[in-house]
Design a protein. Structure first.
Length: 274
């Protein structure tokens, strides 16, 4: 098994970026459901970041919520998610169930109850999309990007995630790879570079290297999920670290908390860099 999208770090932006005071201890949700796969939810409590202290991964690990009641409803049945340790995620504790798999065209409502706090969110899985072309692109100065083409549809939103097999344990959002179908050209050519792992102390390599096998996850997403990732990307652009405050909030679709409940209708591709 592989690690998935690392959202709690991005979700922390909600807790300290605002010019207004945000109480410490609010629910922070990192959850998603994907076509053909079960829901996964990770829960932490918000941290107010001040000038006196820089928060790190250990601080976040200490904020994990392990005793919440988490449910997901598909409109016909409510599923109770079971909490369990997981070495494939960070924080290393998830809520999930094998009884529910994501299905394009359906909507899913998440409810989280922890103590006196309750958070809810609803997301739909759009229909999946496919790429017309995917190939390595040599870059001046060395390394490779990935060039791909697809035909976006009006009213649809798209995102790309990459993973270096054997080197990265999670899919990372490719930089500047979000597409709004309402404003996009009838046929789009995307140049994908490596996503940034903000948990890694190693120097980020923007381009892929010869011999690497790269997996690409091409997702159709709802507008709220698109806006979250766009805000996350902007935060990274301005600060190069979501732990540092920025001038505006990253959007959230969580009522009663912060973070993201996402739906990903995904198509997977893999290629080897020559």
């Amino acid at each position: 098994m592989r690690k998935h999208l690392l959202l709690p770090l991005a979700a922390l932006v909600f807790c300290h970026c605002s010019k207004e005071t945000v109480p410490e201890g609010n629910l922070v949700v990192d959850g998603w459901i994907e076509n053909g796969r079960p829901p996964v939810v990770m829960l932490t409590r918000s941290i107010v970041v001040g000038k006196q202290k820089q928060w790190d991964m250990e601080d976040m690990a200490g904020r994990v919520i392990t005793d919440a009641r988490v449910t997901v409803s598909d409109g016909e049945k409510e599923y109770v998610l079971t909490g369990m340790p997981s070495e494939e995620h960070f924080p290393p504790f998830v809520y999930s169930t094998t009884g529910l798999l994501g299905e394009p065209g359906k909507s899913y409502t998440l409810t989280v109850r922890s103590g006196e706090r309750e958070a809810t969110a609803r997301v739909a899985l759009p229909r999946t999309a496919e790429m017309d072309r995917l190939e390595p692109l040599p870059m001046e100065g060395g390394g490779y990007a990935i060039r791909c083409r697809f035909k976006p549809l009006k009213g649809q939103y798209y995102g790309f995630f990459t993973r270096r097999e054997g080197k990265e344990l999670m899919f990372l959002p490719a930089f500047m790879s979000l597409v709004n179908g309402d404003t996009a050209a009838p046929e789009m050519e995307m140049i994908l570079t490596s996503g940034v792992d903000i948990t890694s102390s190693s120097r980020h390599k923007m381009y892929f290297e010869s011999g690497e096998t790269v997996s690409v996850r091409f997702c159709t997403i709802e507008r709220e999920v698109y806006e979250f990732w766009k805000g996350y990307e902007d935060a990274w652009l301005f600060t190069h670290n979501p732990f540092f405050p920025v001038s505006s909030d990253v959007p959230s679709n969580i009522r009663g908390g912060y973070g993201l409940w996402a739906g990903y209708s995904s198509t997977y591709y893999q290629l080897t860099i020559p």
